[in-house]
Write a protein that binds this ligand. Structure first.
Ligand code: NDP
Length: 293
């Protein structure tokens, strides 16, 4: 582990699903010697025709490079694939989506086997890989030395953001961002449903919705400042009392449009509960505390 990580350091990649295949092509295009392995060999053969070396076994793929990347279905498949591999002296980078607890356990497992461990949470879909302007990146956490040593190679397919030595943090950040995304998807679904039965062109409506969501997304900075200071009334433009008073309008509009309120109601209920126990001069930050169990 003392050698310098040269620009074109060899990479071994295990797992050639849609994400693994996209990663493989990016490393090949950048000129990294690449060894690949996949449970179903056909996928490795396709990449071999493009310049990769197809290993005959997972252990053989691990042996081929100092940097070993796995991108498999889940944590169980990582354990199964690496069971017979000699990980001593390797930088093991696990890009498989897992929970923070699974990532921490996998880090301890890898360290017991003599590897430096990095966990990754991929904030990209396969078409964004190898396309820097698409803005995709991977959250990394775990061994700082390993990240610094392998940063150049890891930055080839998409950007690389290191978020701490706790191996669980990459998974935590990944799931936190994706959870917020599902909240946004839920809101967008409700908005489209509201206009769906009217003579409203969804394609004309979409830019209005996208611009509004982008403008409102900036509110997370105010929420963060309040969480840090503990003063939930700081800089509030839309007090909770006013917002709760407005919720019947949203529910009545849904009713009039023949749209279910099932996506809105849980959030409105949290707003109402916070108003009962907190201050009407606050914004919506108190909802964060209500979610903590
Ligand atoms: P795919 O379903 O396309 O590929 C799954 C891969 O895991 C295949 O290589 C498959 O091998 C392998 N695999 C599954 N089970 C086993 C097992 N028991 N033993 C050995 N190998 C196994 O998934 P993706 O490539 O899309 O995703 C891989 C990881 O990347 C996942 O954790 C996913 O959450 C994450 N990710 C994916 C994104 C996406 O948009 N695709 C976005 C962000 C993260 P085989 O070919 O033999 O079936």
């Amino acid at each position: 582990m003392t050698q310098n990580s040269a620009d074109k350091s060899p990479v071994s990649l295990l797992g050639l699903g849609s994400m693994g295949t996209a990663l493989a092509r990016a490393w090949l295009a950048a000129g990294h010697p690449l060894t690949v392995w996949n449970r179903t060999p056909g996928r490795a053969e396709a990449l071999a025709a493009e310049g990769a070396k197809a290993a005959e076994s997972a252990a053989g793929a691990v042996a081929a490079s100092g940097l070993v990347v796995v991108c498999l279905l889940d944590d169980d498949s990582v354990g199964a694939v690496l069971a017979d591999a000699d990980l001593a002296g390797k930088d093991l980078v696990n890009l498989t989506t897992t929970t923070p607890a699974q990532a921490r356990a996998r880090a301890a497992w890898a360290e017991e086997r003599g590897a430096r461990y990095l966990d990754g949470g991929i904030m990209a879909v396969p078409p964004m890989v190898g396309v820097p302007e698409a803005g995709g990146y991977v959250f990394y956490s775990g061994s700082r030395e390993s990240f610094e040593f392998r940063r150049a190679a890891l930055s080839v397919p998409v950007g690389a953001k290191y978020v701490g030595e706790d191996a669980g943090f990459a998974a935590l950040y990944d799931v936190a961002l994706l959870s917020a995304m599902y909240g946004m998807f839920a809101g967008a679904a409700h908005a489209f449903a509201l206009v769906r039965r009217e003579d409203v062109d969804p394609v004309a409506f979409a830019p209005l919705l996208a611009d509004w969501l982008a403008a409102m997304a900036r509110s997370v900075h105010g929420t963060a400042a309040q969480l840090r200071s503990g003063d939930y009334t700081e800089g509030v433009a839309s007090p909770l009392a006013m917002q709760v008073a407005g919720t019947p309008t949203f529910l009545a509009t849904a009713e009039q449009q023949g749209v279910s309120t099932e996506l809105l109601l849980p959030y409105f209920e949290l707003m109402r509960r916070r108003l009962e126990t907190g201050s009407g001069e606050e914004g919506l930050t108190g909802v964060v505390d209500l979610l903590l169990r």
